[in-house]
Design a protein around this ligand. Structure first.
Ligand code: OXD
Length: 306
Protein backbone atom coordinates (compact mmCIF):
# COMPACT_ATOMS: atom_id res chain seq x y z
CA UNK A 1 0.00 0.00 0.00
CA UNK A 2 1.26 3.50 -0.89
CA UNK A 3 0.44 6.75 0.93
CA UNK A 4 0.04 10.25 -0.51
CA UNK A 5 0.68 13.35 1.54
CA UNK A 6 -0.61 16.73 0.38
CA UNK A 7 0.25 19.67 2.58
CA UNK A 8 0.91 23.30 1.87
CA UNK A 9 2.14 23.97 5.39
CA UNK A 10 4.65 21.39 6.54
CA UNK A 11 7.82 19.96 5.11
CA UNK A 12 6.55 16.51 3.96
CA UNK A 13 9.81 14.95 5.19
CA UNK A 14 8.71 15.30 8.83
CA UNK A 15 5.66 13.15 8.12
CA UNK A 16 7.21 10.72 5.67
CA UNK A 17 9.99 9.64 8.02
CA UNK A 18 7.50 9.00 10.82
CA UNK A 19 5.08 7.01 8.68
CA UNK A 20 7.37 4.30 7.46
CA UNK A 21 6.08 1.79 10.01
CA UNK A 22 5.37 -1.43 8.33
CA UNK A 23 6.63 -3.64 5.54
CA UNK A 24 3.10 -3.31 4.20
CA UNK A 25 3.66 0.39 3.54
CA UNK A 26 5.24 0.84 0.14
CA UNK A 27 6.03 4.29 -1.17
CA UNK A 28 5.09 7.49 0.60
CA UNK A 29 4.54 10.19 -2.02
CA UNK A 30 4.33 13.93 -1.51
CA UNK A 31 2.03 16.05 -3.71
CA UNK A 32 2.69 17.37 -6.35
CA UNK A 33 4.17 14.38 -8.10
CA UNK A 34 4.15 12.81 -11.58
CA UNK A 35 4.75 9.35 -10.17
CA UNK A 36 2.29 6.47 -10.50
CA UNK A 37 -0.23 6.85 -7.65
CA UNK A 38 -2.36 3.85 -8.49
CA UNK A 39 -1.33 1.97 -5.32
CA UNK A 40 -2.17 4.80 -2.93
CA UNK A 41 -4.69 3.65 -0.30
CA UNK A 42 -4.29 6.45 2.25
CA UNK A 43 -4.33 10.19 1.59
CA UNK A 44 -3.28 12.71 4.26
CA UNK A 45 -4.20 16.31 3.52
CA UNK A 46 -3.82 19.80 4.83
CA UNK A 47 -5.55 22.26 2.59
CA UNK A 48 -5.93 22.82 -0.25
CA UNK A 49 -6.28 19.45 -2.00
CA UNK A 50 -5.54 20.16 -5.68
CA UNK A 51 -8.35 19.43 -8.10
CA UNK A 52 -8.10 16.05 -9.79
CA UNK A 53 -5.87 14.37 -7.16
CA UNK A 54 -8.48 11.82 -6.11
CA UNK A 55 -9.01 10.67 -9.72
CA UNK A 56 -5.43 9.47 -9.72
CA UNK A 57 -6.04 7.22 -6.68
CA UNK A 58 -8.20 4.28 -7.82
CA UNK A 59 -7.41 2.19 -4.69
CA UNK A 60 -8.07 5.00 -2.17
CA UNK A 61 -9.53 3.64 1.12
CA UNK A 62 -8.97 6.40 3.68
CA UNK A 63 -8.44 10.17 3.91
CA UNK A 64 -7.15 11.92 7.00
CA UNK A 65 -7.05 15.65 7.63
CA UNK A 66 -3.72 16.75 9.10
CA UNK A 67 -5.59 19.03 11.51
CA UNK A 68 -8.62 18.97 13.78
CA UNK A 69 -10.74 20.62 11.07
CA UNK A 70 -12.19 18.60 8.20
CA UNK A 71 -14.17 21.33 6.43
CA UNK A 72 -11.73 21.31 3.51
CA UNK A 73 -12.51 17.62 2.97
CA UNK A 74 -16.24 17.27 3.65
CA UNK A 75 -17.01 20.03 1.16
CA UNK A 76 -14.68 18.77 -1.60
CA UNK A 77 -16.79 17.32 -4.46
CA UNK A 78 -13.92 15.16 -5.77
CA UNK A 79 -14.04 12.98 -2.63
CA UNK A 80 -16.39 9.99 -3.03
CA UNK A 81 -19.01 9.62 -0.27
CA UNK A 82 -17.90 6.08 0.64
CA UNK A 83 -14.30 6.95 1.58
CA UNK A 84 -13.95 7.41 5.36
CA UNK A 85 -12.48 10.73 6.49
CA UNK A 86 -10.73 11.06 9.84
CA UNK A 87 -9.44 14.05 11.80
CA UNK A 88 -6.48 14.56 14.10
CA UNK A 89 -7.42 14.31 17.75
CA UNK A 90 -4.24 14.84 19.69
CA UNK A 91 -3.76 15.77 23.36
CA UNK A 92 -1.24 18.48 22.43
CA UNK A 93 -3.62 20.09 19.94
CA UNK A 94 -6.40 20.03 22.53
CA UNK A 95 -4.20 21.50 25.28
CA UNK A 96 -2.79 24.20 22.98
CA UNK A 97 -6.26 25.36 21.99
CA UNK A 98 -7.37 25.58 25.63
CA UNK A 99 -4.18 27.46 26.55
CA UNK A 100 -4.62 30.00 23.76
CA UNK A 101 -8.23 30.73 24.69
CA UNK A 102 -7.38 30.87 28.41
CA UNK A 103 -4.68 33.40 27.54
CA UNK A 104 -7.24 35.50 25.64
CA UNK A 105 -9.83 35.30 28.41
CA UNK A 106 -7.34 36.11 31.15
CA UNK A 107 -5.72 38.96 29.23
CA UNK A 108 -9.17 40.42 28.77
CA UNK A 109 -10.23 39.84 32.38
CA UNK A 110 -7.00 41.23 33.86
CA UNK A 111 -6.98 44.18 31.43
CA UNK A 112 -3.55 43.34 30.21
CA UNK A 113 -3.52 45.76 27.29
CA UNK A 114 -4.40 48.66 29.59
CA UNK A 115 -1.62 47.59 31.96
CA UNK A 116 0.82 47.65 29.07
CA UNK A 117 -0.36 51.09 28.00
CA UNK A 118 0.12 52.26 31.59
CA UNK A 119 3.64 50.90 31.56
CA UNK A 120 4.39 52.98 28.45
CA UNK A 121 3.24 56.03 30.42
CA UNK A 122 5.06 54.93 33.62
CA UNK A 123 1.64 55.11 35.26
CA UNK A 124 1.12 52.92 38.35
CA UNK A 125 -2.52 51.85 38.78
CA UNK A 126 -3.83 48.57 40.17
CA UNK A 127 -6.71 48.02 37.76
CA UNK A 128 -9.72 46.22 39.19
CA UNK A 129 -11.07 43.07 37.54
CA UNK A 130 -14.19 40.98 37.94
CA UNK A 131 -15.20 37.34 37.81
CA UNK A 132 -16.32 36.49 34.27
CA UNK A 133 -18.88 34.17 32.77
CA UNK A 134 -17.45 32.55 29.65
CA UNK A 135 -19.60 30.80 27.04
CA UNK A 136 -18.08 28.14 24.80
CA UNK A 137 -19.93 27.43 21.55
CA UNK A 138 -19.08 23.94 20.38
CA UNK A 139 -18.43 21.24 22.98
CA UNK A 140 -16.52 18.69 20.92
CA UNK A 141 -13.05 17.49 21.91
CA UNK A 142 -11.53 21.00 21.86
CA UNK A 143 -14.51 22.94 23.25
CA UNK A 144 -15.31 20.33 25.91
CA UNK A 145 -11.73 20.38 27.19
CA UNK A 146 -11.64 24.17 27.16
CA UNK A 147 -14.89 24.38 29.13
CA UNK A 148 -13.42 22.09 31.83
CA UNK A 149 -10.18 24.11 31.97
CA UNK A 150 -12.08 27.37 32.32
CA UNK A 151 -14.15 25.90 35.14
CA UNK A 152 -11.01 24.62 36.93
CA UNK A 153 -9.50 28.09 36.62
CA UNK A 154 -12.46 29.57 38.49
CA UNK A 155 -14.56 31.00 35.67
CA UNK A 156 -18.29 30.60 35.50
CA UNK A 157 -18.80 28.55 32.33
CA UNK A 158 -21.69 27.96 29.96
CA UNK A 159 -21.54 25.64 26.95
CA UNK A 160 -23.58 25.42 23.78
CA UNK A 161 -23.76 22.47 21.38
CA UNK A 162 -26.14 21.02 18.82
CA UNK A 163 -27.11 18.20 21.15
CA UNK A 164 -27.31 18.37 24.94
CA UNK A 165 -23.99 17.70 26.71
CA UNK A 166 -23.16 17.10 30.37
CA UNK A 167 -19.90 18.56 31.65
CA UNK A 168 -19.20 18.91 35.36
CA UNK A 169 -19.30 22.54 36.45
CA UNK A 170 -20.56 23.76 33.06
CA UNK A 171 -24.14 24.87 32.38
CA UNK A 172 -24.84 23.21 29.04
CA UNK A 173 -27.42 24.35 26.49
CA UNK A 174 -28.56 22.59 23.34
CA UNK A 175 -29.47 24.21 20.03
CA UNK A 176 -33.00 24.99 21.23
CA UNK A 177 -31.66 27.21 23.99
CA UNK A 178 -29.21 29.47 22.18
CA UNK A 179 -30.73 32.71 23.49
CA UNK A 180 -30.56 31.55 27.09
CA UNK A 181 -26.92 30.56 26.55
CA UNK A 182 -25.99 33.95 25.11
CA UNK A 183 -27.95 36.11 27.52
CA UNK A 184 -25.50 36.32 30.45
CA UNK A 185 -22.04 36.06 28.93
CA UNK A 186 -19.02 38.28 29.47
CA UNK A 187 -16.97 36.39 26.89
CA UNK A 188 -18.18 34.31 23.95
CA UNK A 189 -15.74 31.74 22.51
CA UNK A 190 -16.46 30.11 19.17
CA UNK A 191 -15.25 26.55 18.68
CA UNK A 192 -18.12 25.29 16.54
CA UNK A 193 -17.47 23.00 13.59
CA UNK A 194 -18.08 24.66 10.27
CA UNK A 195 -21.09 23.21 8.43
CA UNK A 196 -23.68 24.75 6.09
CA UNK A 197 -25.72 25.49 9.26
CA UNK A 198 -22.94 27.32 11.08
CA UNK A 199 -21.52 29.43 8.21
CA UNK A 200 -22.24 33.07 9.11
CA UNK A 201 -23.71 32.07 12.47
CA UNK A 202 -21.76 34.78 14.31
CA UNK A 203 -23.83 37.55 12.75
CA UNK A 204 -25.42 40.76 13.98
CA UNK A 205 -28.59 39.08 15.33
CA UNK A 206 -26.76 36.45 17.32
CA UNK A 207 -24.00 38.67 18.67
CA UNK A 208 -26.54 41.36 19.62
CA UNK A 209 -28.13 38.83 22.00
CA UNK A 210 -25.05 38.84 24.22
CA UNK A 211 -25.07 41.40 27.04
CA UNK A 212 -23.57 44.82 26.25
CA UNK A 213 -19.80 44.72 26.73
CA UNK A 214 -19.34 41.06 25.79
CA UNK A 215 -15.94 40.07 24.31
CA UNK A 216 -15.64 37.68 21.35
CA UNK A 217 -12.94 35.07 20.75
CA UNK A 218 -13.08 33.22 17.42
CA UNK A 219 -10.72 30.27 17.08
CA UNK A 220 -12.84 28.03 14.86
CA UNK A 221 -13.19 29.25 11.27
CA UNK A 222 -13.29 32.71 9.69
CA UNK A 223 -16.52 32.01 7.86
CA UNK A 224 -18.46 31.51 11.08
CA UNK A 225 -18.23 35.27 11.45
CA UNK A 226 -19.83 38.06 9.43
CA UNK A 227 -16.95 40.53 9.60
CA UNK A 228 -19.01 43.66 8.95
CA UNK A 229 -21.50 42.68 11.66
CA UNK A 230 -18.69 42.41 14.17
CA UNK A 231 -17.30 45.80 13.11
CA UNK A 232 -20.75 47.34 13.48
CA UNK A 233 -21.26 45.90 16.97
CA UNK A 234 -17.81 47.13 18.05
CA UNK A 235 -18.50 50.58 16.70
CA UNK A 236 -21.90 50.63 18.45
CA UNK A 237 -20.07 49.65 21.68
CA UNK A 238 -22.23 46.58 22.05
CA UNK A 239 -19.22 44.26 21.94
CA UNK A 240 -16.17 45.46 23.87
CA UNK A 241 -13.57 43.75 21.68
CA UNK A 242 -12.52 40.63 19.85
CA UNK A 243 -9.60 38.24 19.66
CA UNK A 244 -9.57 36.63 16.21
CA UNK A 245 -7.28 33.81 15.09
CA UNK A 246 -9.14 32.70 11.94
CA UNK A 247 -10.35 34.64 8.91
CA UNK A 248 -12.35 34.32 5.70
CA UNK A 249 -9.15 34.76 3.77
CA UNK A 250 -5.81 33.69 5.21
CA UNK A 251 -3.38 35.38 5.32
CA UNK A 252 -5.69 38.22 6.33
CA UNK A 253 -5.45 40.79 3.48
CA UNK A 254 -3.40 43.83 4.44
CA UNK A 255 -6.30 46.20 3.72
CA UNK A 256 -8.73 44.37 6.07
CA UNK A 257 -10.01 46.69 8.85
CA UNK A 258 -9.37 44.06 11.54
CA UNK A 259 -5.62 44.71 11.31
CA UNK A 260 -5.94 48.26 12.58
CA UNK A 261 -9.15 48.25 14.64
CA UNK A 262 -8.32 49.36 18.17
CA UNK A 263 -10.70 46.80 19.70
CA UNK A 264 -9.54 43.81 17.65
CA UNK A 265 -6.55 41.57 18.29
CA UNK A 266 -5.43 39.50 15.31
CA UNK A 267 -3.27 36.37 15.46
CA UNK A 268 -2.33 34.37 12.34
CA UNK A 269 -4.19 31.05 12.88
CA UNK A 270 -1.84 29.88 15.60
CA UNK A 271 -4.24 28.97 18.41
CA UNK A 272 -3.47 25.30 17.97
CA UNK A 273 -1.17 23.91 15.32
CA UNK A 274 -0.69 20.21 14.58
CA UNK A 275 2.76 18.95 15.47
CA UNK A 276 3.76 16.08 13.17
CA UNK A 277 5.63 14.46 16.05
CA UNK A 278 2.52 13.93 18.16
CA UNK A 279 -0.11 13.68 15.37
CA UNK A 280 1.85 10.82 13.84
CA UNK A 281 0.83 8.60 16.76
CA UNK A 282 -2.78 8.69 15.62
CA UNK A 283 -1.95 8.38 11.91
CA UNK A 284 0.19 5.32 12.63
CA UNK A 285 -2.51 3.77 14.80
CA UNK A 286 -5.08 4.32 12.04
CA UNK A 287 -2.69 3.04 9.38
CA UNK A 288 -2.30 -0.19 11.34
CA UNK A 289 -6.08 -0.39 11.70
CA UNK A 290 -6.49 0.04 7.93
CA UNK A 291 -3.97 -2.75 7.33
CA UNK A 292 -5.74 -5.00 9.87
CA UNK A 293 -9.20 -4.19 8.47
CA UNK A 294 -10.31 -2.57 11.77
CA UNK A 295 -12.50 0.51 12.19
CA UNK A 296 -10.58 3.81 11.92
CA UNK A 297 -10.47 6.17 14.91
CA UNK A 298 -11.98 9.69 14.86
CA UNK A 299 -14.08 9.34 11.72
CA UNK A 300 -16.16 12.24 10.49
CA UNK A 301 -19.93 11.86 10.34
CA UNK A 302 -20.52 13.04 6.78
CA UNK A 303 -24.25 13.52 7.38
CA UNK A 304 -23.65 16.22 9.99
CA UNK A 305 -20.37 17.42 8.44
CA UNK A 306 -17.89 17.02 11.32
C1 OXD B 1 -7.15 22.73 12.49
C2 OXD B 1 -6.69 24.12 12.39
O1 OXD B 1 -8.27 22.45 12.04
O2 OXD B 1 -5.48 24.37 12.61
O3 OXD B 1 -6.41 21.89 13.01
O4 OXD B 1 -7.48 25.02 12.12
Amino acid sequence: MDILLSTSVWDPKEWIEGLDISDQVGEIHAWPTDKDLSNVEALFVWKPLAEGVVKRLPKLKWISSLGAGVDHLVTDPQIPKNIPITRIVDPNLTADMANYVMMGVIMYQRRFLELQENQQKKHWERLAYKKLKVGVMGLGVLGGHLAKQLYSAGFEVAGYSRTQKQIEGVTCYDENHLNAFLSELDVLVNLLPITPKTVGMLNYDLLRKTPKGCYLINVARGNHLVDNDLLKLLDENHLSGALLDVFHQEPLPREHPFWTHEKVMVTPHVASVTSPESALNLLKENLQRLIDGKELLHQVDKEIGY
